[in-house]
Ligand binder design. Sequence first.
Ligand code: ZN
Ligand code: FE
Length: 239
Amino acid sequence: MKVEIISCLQDNYSYLITDETNNVACIVDPSEAEPVIDFVKKKNINLKYILNTHHHYDHIGGNIELKKKYNAIIVGYKNDAHRIPEIDILVEDNQVWKADNFEVKIFHIPGHTSGHICFYFFNENFLFSGDTLFSLGCGRIFEGTYQEMFESLNKIKKLPENTNIYCGHEYTLQNSKFCIKHDPNNESLKNKIFEIEKKIKDNKPTVPSILKDEINCNIFLKAKDLESFSKLRDLKDNF
Ligand code: ZN
Ligand code: FE
């Protein structure tokens, strides 16, 4: 299985996961159809599945067109069936969704929205975290509570350290400024910032990030309790 990164809109990432044995692919969070269609055409891939982490327009914008064009099957959280366009397969927390050679564990991780899920390709160590965990940051709390977001992040923290985190947006550089402000003596963070700046300068994505690095560097994953997490989240909203 390989993951390819497709830039969409301003700073969104959609991810194409292709099974190289049969060229069957899933797309995670197609913000818009066009860049995905271009990519699929070029590579001659059979796009069979659309996986949505949550209902925000910048994650589902390409659903209808891609479904029409490829007859793709749309997978999303059961309680969000009313707001994920053209949804076909309703999944729930802790379910393993299997199709073709894909085996994906679903985690319900509310906070950013009430129906946010992530897709964990446990055989490959890929996690598609949407707008819940970003590299060096976490999503804004729109529909959930601080406690829900805190618990959702803790769920992700328990995955294997070598998990590759593919998040919904390229926010890493901006996030790093907040982290270093509140954690100025963190040597691993300083090293990570060095790497990030290099990638941005070369016009390369900063994803995937490795979970171990996030645990060491992401101030929201380092928060010891709900109170300090909530304080940080408020500060970040006005950063
Ligand atoms: Zn969102
Ligand atoms: Fe988003």
